[in-house]
Design a protein around this ligand. Structure first.
Ligand code: GLN
Length: 261
């Protein structure tokens, strides 16, 4: 029997003022539109410095990327006022998308470019230390969620090199680009319904499968059942992902030469 789907998904946007580089607000706009296209609504509550989290009040949490100085502003506050609540929310079946700087802080901690240590909350089994160069560019991964593997394309820009704990499950395997550290072949990490990833710029607009997985997880948390979403026409999103995929695989130059010839 299918679970009745609630009309509203409750999203908590963590540190929208500090952790919002690249397309973080765009990712939330995608979640909103994909719900609206299905007759549902997204309710967004912001949680900033000093705000606590009410247990059970949210189905999906979002923590975006930031520069080292933004991360330094929020790291202690996240650990002090929200870390434990976020871990129990995820253990309770709520979903989380933590991107780039947010991924690092959802892990065990981050040593930034200037050598300063920022605490993580240890929700994700991942430890990050900044390296001497930035890892920048289009990235393509074979991502695995809910026993399904699909190609996911994004953009990465990070100094941090992230190592996963021995039992951790990566979000995906790197097909092109750097991923967690440019060496392991791993990208991101998944724990329950929590995804940490370096992919942004923007992740969800061109990877609707990831957006819908997060929505289905959040709605499943809201109902306590297993929500399956009706598919949408994703031809535009798929075309955008194909362009990004081509760029990640280094096809852009070849295409330009082809056109000129
Ligand atoms: N400041 C972090 C790093 O450079 C995260 C960057 C980001 O969120 N784009 O690794």
């Amino acid at each position: 029997m299918s679970t009745p789907v609630p009309r509203t998904l409750r999203l908590c946007h963590l540190y929208p003022d500090e952790m919002n580089i690249y397309a973080d607000r765009g990712n939330i706009a995608v979640l909103r539109r994909r719900l609206e296209w299905r007759g549902m609504a997204l309710e967004v509550v912001n949680a900033g410095i000093g705000d606590g989290l009410t247990p059970g009040a949210h189905d999906l949490y979002y923590l975006g990327g930031g520069q080292d100085r933004d991360q330094a502003i929020v790291a202690d506050d996240l650990a002090r006022t929200k870390g434990a609540a976020l871990i129990s929310a995820v253990d309770d079946g709520a979903a989380l998308l933590a991107v780039c700087g947010g991924y690092q802080l959802a892990g065990r901690g981050y040593v930034g470019v200037d050598g300063s240590s920022m605490p993580g909350i240890g929700l994700l089994d991942a430890e990050t230390v900044a390296g001497p160069t930035r890892l920048i560019g289009d990235v393509l991964i074979a991502a695995r969620l809910d026993d399904e593997t699909r190609e996911v394309a994004g953009f990465e820009n990070h100094a941090g090199r992230t190592r996963l704990g021995p039992g951790a499950t990566p979000f995906g395997t790197v097909l092109a680009g750097f991923g967690n550290d440019g060496e392991s072949g791993h990208e991101g990490v998944v724990r329950g319904r929590a995804i940490g990833t370096y992919l942004h710029g923007p992740l969800l607009p061109r990877n609707p499968w990831v957006a819908d997985t997060l929505l289905a997880w959040g709605l499943s948390h809201a109902t306590g059942g297993d929500v399956v979403l009706e598919p949408l026409d994703d031809s535009l999103e798929d075309a955008a992902r194909e362009v990004a995929t081509g760029r990640a695989r280094g096809e852009r130059t070849e295409r330009l030469i082809g056109r000129r010839a």
